[in-house]
Design a protein around this ligand. Structure first.
Ligand code: SAH
Ligand code: F3S
Length: 480
């Protein structure tokens, strides 16, 4: 586990670059902050705009259109984006060009028209369900108007759009399967910025996965804010399922079934998924992971807190004991499964005893990885309206340090456990530190590096014997 990965918000967005399309003369600089879903959405945006004559660039100064795909999850994420907008504005002023600036994603949805008032240089504000409308909105902007579309959709899943793969290594890709979230955790802004949950047609998911395989991809991650909650019954919101199924007597496909469909159709494609809310994770999913070799033995299972009292205040819909039961089931059904977590420390009213419960849960599970945060109050959430953000920042930070320290010990323990084993690694590039070495990941999602021998290439599955490790990386050699 890279420690910097877990401590700070990403300070830098990722400027995304695609294959250049001949004849496209306009230049798009698109940058993504936040979750994997945002990355995948930016790929959808690039696909929409490629049809409008845009090629991507990673040089801000030469862009005709600058888009930033934003994150609202914590206050710091929003502050980082505000700073970025100032930077774009300076470039716009200096270059004296008719560069247009647009804000996409969760901040666009959360702030809506306020954005145009607060950030004078912003021309375009587009929420996560309105990317199909970008060509019309751009026409508005060209006519000299501000343009805004932030309406959340009941149906939008972008199912029929093929994302242009940005910054791709040609090996792994994301495939979105659900959008939105119905869980209403009291700390979380996502249900407000991404709307109600809806699932994508399994046929279009399968087509996209097949297309990726045909293009040489070897690994896909099925993405959703709440992937395990996937439910296809012919379209529409998940909350309307019961009504619709009564009327249409529709047959449905749940997440475990979807995984099986994909695993059987593409038996050599590695399949991952994210994210799982423990409350929505059905035991059938565990059996599917165990049954199919190509579904990876890795589950990201955010817990947020080890205290049942805090979990209830967070509206997480499960107790500490139920979560432990789920962990035990995972260990029994998939013995070599890696598990990772998200934890929020310092949520409203969290006591030292609650914090100790989180630490003891960490000791029980000994997670392989973790993403750990101090609680950040978000406007509009139930916690902001009804609870007091009463844990002082210094205490939040001290608790976070204790959690991170423990996690680092456990990460080392989990990586050391793998030394001596021989495992399948999917090569995804050359090691950053040594050009004579490959890097790749095992099924459990741990990075491995090993010397090149000359007969293998990026995208190959190879067998590697692990001889040593650091806390985050396995070191090994190829076996034939
Ligand atoms: N759908 C995922 C969570 C998506 S948000 C789930 O079921 O858990 C990613 C992570 O950000 C969350 O798991 C949580 O740990 C963190 N997070 C969300 N809101 C936060 C807030 N207000 N303050 C601090 N961290 C937060
Ligand atoms: Fe947020 Fe909870 Fe959904 S953390 S994304 S409301 S599962």
């Amino acid at each position: 586990m890279a420690s910097e990965q877990i401590i700070e918000e990403k300070k830098q967005g990722q400027a995304l670059v695609t294959e250049q399309i001949k004849g496209n003369s306009k230049k798009l600089f698109i940058e993504s902050y936040g979750c994997q879903m945002n990355m995948n959405d930016s790929e959808i945006v690039a696909a929409v705009l490629a049809k409008e004559g845009y090629n991507t660039t990673n040089i801000l100064e030469e862009a005709d259109l600058v888009l930033v795909n934003t994150c609202s999850i914590r206050e710091k994420a929003e502050l980082t984006i505000r700073k970025r907008l100032q930077k774009y504005n300076r470039v716009k002023m200096d270059s004296n060009r008719k560069m247009k600036i647009g804000v996409l994603g969760c901040m666009a949805e959360r702030l809506k028209t306020k954005f145009l008032e607060e950030e004078k240089m912003v021309d375009l504000v587009v929420g996560p369900d309105a990317y199909r409308d970008l060509p019309n909105l751009l026409k508005e902007v060209e006519d000299g108007n501000d343009a805004i579309n932030v309406i959340l959709s009941k149906d939008e899943t972008y199912g029929d759009l093929s994302p242009v793969r940005l910054n791709s290594n040609g090996v792994s890709a994301f495939v979105t399967i659900t959008r939105g979230c119905d869980n209403m955790c009291t700390f979380c802004v996502v249900p407000f910025t991404r709307g109600r949950e809806r699932s994508r047609d399994p046929k279009s998911i399968l087509e996209e996965a097949q297309d990726l395989w045909n293009k040489g991809y070897k690994e896909i991650t099925l993405l959703g804010q709440n992937a395990d909650s996937y439910l296809w019954y012919g379209g529409g919101l998940k909350k309307d399922f019961k009504k619709a199924s009564e009327i249409a007597q529709a047959t449905s496909v749940n997440f475990a079934q979807l995984m099986e469909i994909v695993a059987i159709a593409l038996p050599k494609m590695r399949i991952r998924f994210a994210t799982s809310n423990p409350h929505d994770m059905h035991i059938d999913v565990l059996h599917m992971i165990a049954k199919y070799k190509n579904i990876c033995n890795y589950i990201h299972l955010p817990v947020q807190s080890g205290s049942t009292r805090i979990l209830q205040k967070m509206n997480r819909q499960h107790t500490r004991e139920e979560y432990i039961k789920l962990i035990d089931n995972i260990r029994n059904i998939i013995p070599d499964c890696a598990i990772s977590h998200d934890i929020i420390t310092g949520f409203c009213s969290e006591t030292e005893e609650d914090h100790q419960d989180t630490l003891s849960l960490l000791d029980y599970v000994k997670y392989s990885f973790g993403f750990m945060f101090t609680y950040s109050e978000r406007p509009g959430t139930l916690a902001e309206k009804k609870m007091e953000d009463d844990v002082p920042l210094a205490i939040k930070k001290r608790r976070l340090t204790e959690i991170i320290t423990k996690q680092m010990e456990h990460s080392l323990y989990r990586t050391q456990e793998q030394v001596g084993k021989t495992m399948e690694i999917l090569i995804d590039g050359t090691s950053k530190k040594n050009e004579n070495e490959w890097k790749g990941r095992n099924s459990q999602n741990t990075v491995a590096v090993f010397p090149k021998t000359g007969s293998e290439k990026i995208g190959d599955f190879v067998m590697v014997k692990i001889t040593n490790c650091t806390s985050a990386t396995l070191l090994g050699e190829l076996v034939f």
